[in-house]
Design a protein around this ligand. Structure first.
Ligand code: GLU
Length: 296
């Protein structure tokens, strides 16, 4: 418990630093037309989407300090990032096109280790949070199709010359998030590395800057976000994992009828009609430098 409190405090400091570094880019105005009654999507009575529409609210689990995927902008209090844009499109598909879909959304903050419990405890209808699909997690929850693809790498200070790969992490302190695939991959890939486990990756950057960690390791696109916040860092080595992201849903087919299918149809539509590409260009391109039309 003490560890959680401490890393939360560090996380807040890092968040303010992220905002100062431009993590709070103003989102472009939505191109969606104003809602009309006729624009409200129709669903079968038995579906989970119908139930959500009736409730008039969807609870979405996401990150608060994970640039460029999910950030609660400390200046505006608004959520922003790639995962957030995808989540908003999914909500519009249920509540209809609207200027401000956030009035239908309750954002539920999660960290790596709380994603599955958040679903299990019905605190979120879905979790979109750099969530890698794997066999172990699939035993506990359901996932949508892949909507983003990356792989694990290592971040070090720009001046560091001795860490160049997973093998060179032996004896080094490597910061990563508790309960993430990043933690697992470090433990299995180099048992001689010394993991420093925090709740999220923003405090890991602080640990690197302060010298309590020699490296940070997680998905490359998250590391791109950290490099953007601290140009005195660099990403090294080759990918040592595949990290296909999916949207997590509670495993309970009976009362979530049609929900994963709905998410998959919408994700496909977003990729086909350019909304996925637009979200990529807005949030990922500024940190990665590339452009993409589909997850892979
Ligand atoms: N994608 C990996 C995972 O799901 C690492 C990033 C994260 O912790 O969100 O565990």
């Amino acid at each position: 418990m003490r560890g959680i409190l401490r890393s939360t405090a560090i996380g807040l400091a890092a968040l303010v630093a992220a905002a100062a570094c431009g993590g709070g880019a103003a989102p472009a105005a939505s191109a969606a037309p104003a809602a009309t009654a006729a624009a409200k999507p129709k669903f079968e009575l038995a579906t989970y989407m119908y139930a959500l529409q009736t409730k008039g609210k969807i609870k979405i689990g996401t990150r608060e300090d994970n640039v460029p995927f999910g950030l609660k902008n400390p200046a505006s209090g608004k959520y922003e990032g790639f995962d957030i844009d995808i989540a908003r499109e999914l909500a519009k598909g249920i509540f209809g096109k609207t200027e401000d879909v956030d009035k239908f959304i309750e954002w539920v903050p999660v960290v790596s280790a709380t994603r599955i419990p958040t679903l299990d405890e019905n605190k979120a209808d879905f979790v979109i949070a750099t969530f890698t699909i794997n066999e172990e997690r699939k035993k506990q929850i359901d996932f949508s199709d892949v909507y983003f693809f990356t792989g694990q790498k290592i971040l070090v200070k720009k001046t560091n010359t001795d860490i160049t790969s997973l093998a060179t992490l032996s004896g080094k302190t490597v910061c990563t998030a508790t309960g993430s695939t990043s933690e697992k991959n470090i433990r299995s890939g180099n048992p001689q590395a010394r993991p420093l486990l925090l709740d999220t990756y923003a405090p890991c950057l602080l640990a690197l800057q302060q010298g309590t960690a020699d490296a940070v390791s997680t998905d490359e696109t998250i590391l791109f976000g950290l490099v953007k916040q601290d140009p005195n860092t660099k990403i090294v080595g080759a990918y040592f994992s595949d990290e296909p992201y999916g949207i997590g849903v509670k495993k309970n087919k009976a009362d979530r009828q049609g929900f994963v299918e709905y998410l998959n149809v919408e994700l496909k539509a977003m990729i086909a009609d350019g909304r996925w590409t637009a979200a990529y260009k807005k949030w990922i391109t500024p940190v990665s430098g590339d452009e993409k039309k589909a997850p892979k």
